[in-house]
Design a protein around this ligand. Sequence first.
Ligand SMILES: Cc1ncc(COP(=O)(O)O)c(C=O)c1O
Length: 417
Amino acid sequence: MSEKPMPETTWDADEFGWFGGEGAWGGRFMPEALVAALEELTVAYNEAMADPEFVKAFEDSLVDYANVPSPLYEAKHLSEQYGVRILLKREDLNHTGAHKIRNVLGQALLTKRMGKTRVIAETGAGQHGVASATAAAYFGLDCTVYMGAVDTRRQALNVARMELLGAKVIAVESGSATLKDAINEALRDWVASVDHTAYLFGTAAGPHPFPSMVRDFTRGIGDEARAQCLAKYGVLPDAIAACVGGGSNAIGLFTAFLDDADTAIYGFEAGGDGVETGRHAATIVAGGSGVLHGARTYVLQDDDGQTIESHSISAGLDYPGVGPQHAWLAASGRATYEAVTDAEAMKAFQHLARTEGIIPAIESSHALAGALRLAPKLAAEKGKDAILLINLSGRGDKDMGTALDYFNLGEPTGETA
Ligand SMILES: Cc1ncc(COP(=O)(O)O)c(C=O)c1O
């Protein structure tokens, strides 16, 4: 499916966090109080990754605690329906129900190594908050989670989980009361507490070194999927797909495949009510270059360069920015990004539940919907042995409230005997 020639480039950031050359994507646009903290983090991170003991402790925690590697499951019914092999990377089976646990175990372990005692985090869907509260409990760290007030309502179950795990959850009322505003509040806290507090950033966005660090902690998704696919089928996938909020599950999957020219790479953003309505979170598809949360990247903004509110039915994709490595992958043509509407995602959510007995996160349903849109083209070009690999980033338990409203569930519809 990849018609475009691969550009000759490195996909990695330079030492200052620039993807695609200095001044292009990424960097570090932060108040002075945090520049020193980010530099301290960069040095500590680089040293930790060069220390085999740290790497082993991280990998052990993934295997022993987080139930990783996650399986690669061939969805037989979907494959029959769509005429290609459809493989699901089952990150929904990880402890705490999403890919997010990989990232926080890495960052929390680093926090311990740096001698800090408290972590803060922001969360949208709540999965990163739950993962952070979990890792804090596991490593004995104090934990505070910032969450937009709108998201605390649509993800109430996850708020309860975080509290049960011992975290303090702070509802943020400012702005659109969603993820962007939660990040602003977490950054404010960090400025005041940086001597003893680490900020566990939840996605592959933000200032250097977060985009690279989050990618490295989540890249196991793609490393595993690539090896599992080769072991089972003897070939690489023709196309891979993931949903893109800030971009952690997507970059975690994509990284292993960046140099595989015959594997096409697709990211699916939240198209909300439709990109043409303006009510969406399709940052790469409909945004422009700007600075948000410390990085130059694609941003949804008005004519004056002010960030505008995003909209998505999925709290985890409702973000007007995106990680800078995705900006580079889009600009270079290595990956293709498309929008999927709320309605398309909810249809895929229901479809997977009914055909495979798996209730996915609404975020992951965007990846599924987008990939199923591609499937007929792939089937026509490559036939029934073509492989379409989709990252199922999380499970849908947290989304049952939204599904209940959307599909009018909860009223028995069966006839009595
Ligand atoms: C299950 C799941 N998938 C995807 C996302 C989107 O985040 P990212 O783009 O960083 O993977 C979230 C965010 O909360 C999530 O909970």
